[in-house]
Design a protein around this ligand. Structure first.
Ligand SMILES: O=C(O)[C@H](O)[C@@H](O)[C@H](O)[C@H](O)COP(=O)(O)O
Length: 260
């Protein structure tokens, strides 16, 4: 378990731009050393804000987009092309602007796809796709993601793992169906904490004053069932990327020295 590191940026826009620059460097380094990179995207305003900043970044095309695997941490279980789907929003923010290899863009199933209303079957299919991509050197049945990004909800949820609901309690499966999510839409697919923890690095994105309480709770020793963000950590790095509004309720002891 890697101890959370915090970086606090002045505002939401700067956090998105700095996180985008950080992601470009991470991908370029991974591709330079291993010839490929694997990133897990997140939905929501902060996640899409980062993708939009990446689309506009001067160094954007330092990334070899054809050698990048993209996965999702969660998805709203809606029909293909629905504007509320995370993949639809990611395409609008970035993916349609860069030359990705479509075979390496691993969207989660849609509700009008082969599994219909059976979100558990859809989750199992995604788990199988992850397992197929996991190499012998990987930890268990997901690929070793270079970076797994997670927006943090005001209730401390990450992906579609909501406090006290069954999905956050899952200890074996890597992908589950979610019913009755408090954040609409109610039916979703989500990576579980074991899958999240297989990532080399987990980056939690929290900008805006509506995240201040969640950040303080998650970083002050809360349990992962009550505060799922507290259970999201990477094998070698856990990085909280905040703006000053979201960091405003953190205990001073947690504030990074540079921003004291
Ligand atoms: O499907 C989703 O809604 C997201 O994956 C979700 O986990 C999101 O990242 C958080 O709710 C934060 O969203 P905001 O950044 O919009 O607050």
């Amino acid at each position: 378990m890697s101890t959370p590191q915090l970086v606090v940026h002045h505002d939401k826009e700067l956090m998105a731009q700095a996180a985008a620059a950080r992601l470009i460097t991470k991908i370029v380094d991974a591709q330079a050393s291993r010839g490929t990179a694997s990133v897990v995207l997140t939905g929501g305003r902060n996640g899409n804000g980062l993708l939009a900043a990446l689309a506009a970044a001067p160094a954007r095309d330092a990334v070899d987009w054809g050698r990048l695997d993209l996965w999702w941490g969660d998805e709203r279980y809606l029909p293909e092309g629905d504007p509320e789907r995370n993949v639809t929003q990611a395409r609008e923010a970035l993916l349609d602007s860069v030359p990705l290899d479509p075979e390496r863009v691993h969207a989660m199933p849609a509700s009008d796809g082969p599994y219909g209303a059976d979100v558990e079957a859809a989750a199992e299919a995604y788990a199988a796709e992850l397992a197929k991509a996991a190499g012998p050197e990987n930890h268990g049945s997901v690929p070793t993601f270079d970076v797994l990004m997670l927006g943090v909800g005001p209730d401390t949820h990450v992906a579609s793992l909501f406090p006290e609901l069954p999905a956050v309690r899952e200890t074996e499966r890597t992908v589950v169906g979610v019913h009755g999510a408090p954040k609409p839409p109610p039916t979703r697919i989500s990576l579980t904490l074991p899958a999240i923890r297989a990532a080399r690095e987990v980056w939690l994105l929290a900008a805006g004053d509506d995240k201040a309480e969640a950040a303080a709770i998650a970083l002050s020793g809360a349990g992962e069932i009550q505060a799922p963000a507290a259970g999201a950590y990477g094998r070698s790095r856990t990085l909280w990327l905040l703006d000053s509004a979201a960091a405003s309720q953190l205990p001073r002891s947690l504030y990074p020295p540079a921003s004291a």
